[in-house]
Design a protein around this ligand. Sequence first.
Ligand code: SF4
Ligand code: SF4
Length: 109
Amino acid sequence: MDTDKITEKQKLCVSCMKCCREVGIYTHPDMYVNTAEELIHFYEARGFSVERSGDMLVLSLRHSCPHLTAAGCDIYEKRPQVCKDYSGPADFGSSCLWANLPGEKKSNR
Ligand code: SF4
Ligand code: SF4
């Protein structure tokens, strides 16, 4: 990454890197025979943090991407489209450092 041209959002991401260190998976209790409470207990006992988003459950697990370095993404210019499209505020709410930037879309969690 050319650090002379780094944007305000990129600066915040390099100081945070949460999106590249955590994997979030959305699932719905209707996919299981168990209740939502049983699923939350099951996943929390296995190291996930679990939040509700409406009827959905959001399972988060710490798992750093192999492309993450202390300076950020080592394939930044060629990172996958899903990384380019990813929304920190939508997935991490107020714990995303972008959340308080003017005009930033607020969390859906
Ligand atoms: S949570 Fe927000 S600030 Fe942190 S890496 Fe993701 S988009 Fe960037
Ligand atoms: S490829 Fe780069 S931007 Fe995408 S998750 Fe890995 S380190 Fe983050």
